[in-house]
Design a protein around this ligand. Structure first.
Ligand code: ACO
Length: 339
């Protein structure tokens, strides 16, 4: 029997207009452009204004992805949104809000795997297609972590930006998503977390005064975790689909820190030119990072049909995931460059 695959047939992204530069951050905390660039590679990131929520960014990215696929919203029969910064703390899900904004007539739900959210959501979408439960799936990664970082904490507020990216998956006979490996290790949960605001520690005045409602991170340990897990997951996913690092046209890692990307590049022995990076201009956009980077690469015209691409994420949880995808889209003429 012919295997049914899930191919990426549309991609789109959206960045809010407001730029938050390193110079802006210099005015907020004791830091400087030189420190931020040398330790992270980030020069600027985007920040949604007060009228925007995660679902707004997600819907705009999704519109572009649907358009680039040459489809209309009525063609989508499942929506999965990877996010850890939903519009509402409990419910409704961000996916339901996106569904209404786009006028979709399908099931919609969120997946929370922090910065690995897009790869987890891709697994859900691809599995639905491979198991014949869906034909066309919209997969979005969207986050607004600038809402959740402490702009008094210089070790975290310099890292994060807002954004969204989306892909449309469709059933195909030719290869598409060839393999996905996912992993998690909750024993590392304390390395990166928002302590207050959930059932474990509801927001109280005391906790808010202690600034526990914001992202807290043990940066060094997260760095070590990232440079260990990205190469490992990449090789596992490549092996699962019968490939090796040499076969990769592009590695698109989660855009957290340029030093992480450089270390991963060394450990995998892959050419610098094949490791995509846009961290300089967007920072760490969490679940949006990988589809944003994918759209950036696609619209630049450097992604060719037949290219083998690895999408590799890591994040809070701890979580990680790698997907190996055979690129099939022909040209960027209909793709949407971030405005
Ligand atoms: N400006 C100036 N100095 C700073 C800043 C800043 N913004 N931030 C920290 N420093 C200081 C520290 O206070 C420390 O000073 P000290 O030596 O006097 O104590 C010094 O710089 C070094 O601090 P480190 O934390 O050791 O710096 P490091 O080189 O590890 O870089 C960083 C920190 C950039 C956070 C790095 O550890 C990192 O990128 N870690 C990975 C983070 C990451 O990828 N997170 C995303 C996970 S994905 C998700 O799910 C959200």
């Amino acid at each position: 029997m012919t295997r049914r695959n899930a191919a990426i047939i549309g991609v789109g992204s959206y960045l809010p207009e407001r730029v938050l530069s390193n110079a802006d951050l210099e005015r907020m905390v004791e830091t400087n452009d030189e420190w931020i660039v040398s330790r992270t590679g980030i020069r600027e990131r985007r920040m949604g204004d007060e009228s925007m929520a995660t679902s707004d960014l997600a819907a705009r990215a999704a519109e572009r992805a649907i358009r680039s696929a040459g489809l209309s919203p009525s063609d989508i029969d499942l929506l999965v949104v990877g996010t850890s910064s939903p519009d509402h703390a409990l419910f409704p899900s961000t996916a339901c809000l996106v569904q209404a904004k786009l006028g979709l007539g399908c099931a919609a739900f969120d997946v929370n795997a922090a910065c690995t959210g897009f790869v987890y959501a891709l697994q859900v979408g691809a599995s639905a297609i491979e198991s014949l439960r869906a034909e066309t799936v919209l997969v979005i990664g969207a986050d607004m972590l600038t809402r959740h970082v402490d702009f008094k904490d210089r070790s975290t507020c310099i890292l994060f930006g807002d954004g969204a990216g989306a892909v449309v998956l469709r059933a195909a006979v030719e290869p598409g998503v060839e393999s996905i490996v996912l992993g998690s290790d909750g024993t590392g949960a304390d390395l990166l977390k928002v302590p207050a605001g959930g059932t474990a520690a509801p927001c109280t005045v005391e906790r808010i005064n202690e600034r526990q409602q914001y992202v807290q991170m043990q940066g060094n340990d997260v760095f070590k975790f990232a440079v260990r897990v990205i190469p490992k997951a990449t090789v596992q996913a490549l092996t699962a689909s019968g490939h090796s690092v040499e076969d990769l046209a592009w590695l698109i890692p989660h855009q957290a820190n340029q030093r992480i990307l450089n270390t991963v590049e060394e450990r995998l022995g892959i050419d610098h030119d094949r490791v995509f990076s846009n961290v300089e201009k967007v920072g760490n956009t969490s679940a949006a990072s990988i589809p944003l980077a994918l759209d950036d690469l696609y619209t630049s015209g450097r992604l060719q049909p037949g290219d083998l691409v690895a999408l590799v994420g890591f994040g809070a949880g701890l979580t990680w995931g790698a997907a190996v995808v055979r690129w099939t889209m022909t040209g960027p003429e209909q793709g949407g460059l971030p405005e």
